[in-house]
Ligand binder design. Structure first.
Ligand SMILES: [Fe+2]
Length: 201
């Protein structure tokens, strides 16, 4: 899988370009601040972008998603509970086909009610559900600490330790890390139970 991690805007956002191969078929994960770096990356890799996917509703991830999708001839994809304007509604277990590759939608509520992660079998694109070193906040509308704990511990931590975590913001000491290492060093993942999770600053 081709993966390009692209830093955009003033809030340390990461957007992503994925494709089955260079010159192949791909998708974009989020778009909040600038679309030009993403369009440039797609052009340089010769990728035909089929989908522009929102990891969740927040504007730093979605405000330019329609403009980016239209520029690339792509469809906007979001979870079925997302209030944003989108063409394709997805839910847990749905698959987006990219030529020779498939990207699976994993529903991970908690940061918002419409939060999803994307999983290609090796890489996990986590939006604001999981950062390197922490997780997303739950005090905004649609947030739930209980749901986020479940998404992190009952869903994400069930994936193989070799999975590479690609977050929606550059908040960590590294821009991405394998899940097995992150599970040991990130207190929201290493918390032994819900009470300990609630105590993480
Ligand atoms: Fe967010």
């Amino acid at each position: 899988m081709l993966v390009r991690q692209i830093a955009v805007g003033t809030m340390q956002n990461f957007v992503y370009l994925l494709a089955d191969r260079p010159g192949g078929v791909g998708l974009v994960v989020d778009s909040g601040w600038e679309i030009d770096p993403v369009i440039k990356a797609a052009k340089e890799a010769g990728v035909t972008v089929r989908f522009a996917v929102a990891t969740h509703r927040h504007s730093d991830h979605t405000s330019s998603l329609r403009e980016l999708a239209d520029s690339l001839g792509a469809k906007v994809v979001a979870h079925r509970r997302s209030p944003i304007d989108h063409d394709v509604s997805v839910d847990d277990g749905d698959v987006l086909s990219l030529g020779e590759a498939e990207v699976k939608v994993i529903y991970t509520p908690g940061h918002t009610e419409d939060s999803i992660c994307l999983y290609d079998g090796e890489d996990l694109f986590t939006g604001d559900t999981l950062f390197i070193g922490n997780c997303g906040r739950t005090d905004l509308p649609g947030g739930s600490q209980k749901e986020l704990f479940g998404s992190l511990h009952d869903v994400i931590l069930k994936l193989p330790p070799s999975t590479v975590v690609y977050p929606g913001h550059d908040y960590g000491d590294v821009p991405f890390r394998r899940l097995g290492e992150e599970a040991l060093s990130n207190p929201v993942l290493s918390a032994r139970d819900y009470d300990e999770f609630l105590g993480v600053p």
